[in-house]
Design a protein around this ligand. Structure first.
Ligand SMILES: Nc1ncnc2c1ncn2[C@@H]1O[C@H](COP(=O)(O)OP(=O)(O)OP(=O)(O)O)[C@@H](O)[C@H]1O
Ligand SMILES: [Mg+2]
Length: 346
């Protein structure tokens, strides 16, 4: 006999992760779908589809159906989740309930869209948890303590930040400045200053291999290839960490400004707690070289990058899955203060 399980899903702009109650993370795949334009049939999802991104023949399109943490293509996300679960041989008949982590400050329509999608896929009932709260669990913070915890999740599409106290989000803020935005700044910088056109995968490689936001002890450089802006021909060149730093510091400073704003909007007693407890960073963007030191210097508060920051949210959702009765009152509980900011906000 199979005991029914709870699953937790983190639908990230970059990565979709699924936690199967009692087992652990069973899916950790890029949120990418490749489909045939003529038949509209899906040809690959996840890592298979990632290989096709920006290298697809004319009749195949590879897309990221989640944009800035929000479902951009309902049908594609549905198909993607179905394929991931099918690949792992997990039927919905095993699942008793589903917990989906969502960014803070979603509109009611956006939240309903997540619930509708999950129901259409086969999940019932569906619960939502705000990502910073899940990240707090994933960081092993005791959210029930009467002290404030400040969590910042720098993902691919959004930077989501929240001050949590007594198991609830007191203030939160979401910015559309995160990993994808940093890649776009690298593409722009390489084009304008080095006169080379590069694609998103090269920009991501530059960010991860040589990206930093403070002067770095080891001199880092990387050979990149692209198309010369003037001649249109292929060209190879070496890019240095100092050049890349210049393009990354400006957007990271915008994140720092948002952190300062959120601290300013918090009740004074909580600010004291934050000073004592520091700020916790998670999400892939927290791995950027020197980001913790720059933030510490600019804000004057101790910064901790949590262990395994890329899986923090789904692991936190997993803790709620495995101790559902204990934590269920935290689900479907949404922050009241709506602050969404950032240059790219529509
Ligand atoms: N070592 C690194 N240095 C800098 N950035 C990194 C590093 N590793 C991963 N990233 C970036 O982290 C981002 C992915 O992080 P994460 O998986 O937390 O995002 P996500 O949850 O899918 O997105 P979101 O939460 O915004 O919906 C990507 O933009 C990736 O380029
Ligand atoms: Mg995320």
């Amino acid at each position: 006999m199979i005991f029914k399980k709870t699953i937790g899903i983190d639908l990230g702009t970059d990565t979709t992760q699924i936690y199967l109650g009692g087992s652990g993370i069973v899916v950790n795949e890029p949120s990418i779908v490749a489909f045939n334009n003529t038949s509209n049939r899906i040809v690959a999802v996840g890592s298979e589809a990632k290989k096709m991104l920006s290298r697809t023949p004319a009749h195949i399109t590879a897309i990221r159906p989640i944009s800035n943490g929000i479902i951009a293509d309902f049908d594609m996300v549905k198909e993607m989740i179905q394929s991931f679960l099918k690949k792992e041989n997990i039927p919905w008949s095993w699942i008793t309930r589903t917990i989906v982590s969502v960014p803070t400050n979603l509109t009611e329509v956006e939240r309903k869209s997540v619930e509708d999608l999950m129901r259409e896929v086969g999940a019932n009932p569906v619960y939502l948890i705000e990502q910073p709260l899940a990240a707090a669990f994933g960081s092993r913070l005791d959210v029930y303590q009467p002290t404030a915890h400040f969590i910042v999740d720098i993902g691919a599409g959004t930077t989501d930040m929240a001050i949590i106290s007594l198991n609830g989000i007191v203030v939160s803020k979401r910015l559309k400045i995160a990993g994808d935005y940093l890649n776009a700044e690298i593409i722009r910088g390489v084009k304008e200053e080095l006169k080379l056109n590069i694609g998103e995968p090269t920009a991501e490689e530059i960010k991860i291999e040589v990206g930093s936001v403070i002067p770095w002890n080891d001199k880092l450089d990387l050979v990149i290839r692209g198309r010369d802006v003037q001649s249109g021909l292929p060209r190879e060149m070496t890019i240095k960490d100092t050049q890349v730093r210049f393009w990354l510091v400006r957007p990271v400073k915008l994140i720092i400004e948002a952190i300062k704003d959120l601290i300013e909007s918090a009740p004074p007693e909580l600010v004291g707690d934050i000073y004592k407890n520091g700020i916790y960073f998670c999400g892939g963007g927290s791995l950027l070289r020197g980001i913790d030191q720059l933030i510490e210097k600019e804000i004057g508060v101790y910064v901790t990058v949590v262990e395994d920051p890329l899986t923090c949210v789904v692991r936190g959702t997993g803790i709620v899955c495995d101790h559902f009765e204990e934590h269920k009152h935290l689900l479907n509980n949404f922050s009241r203060l709506n602050i969404v900011s950032g240059k790219a906000v529509e």
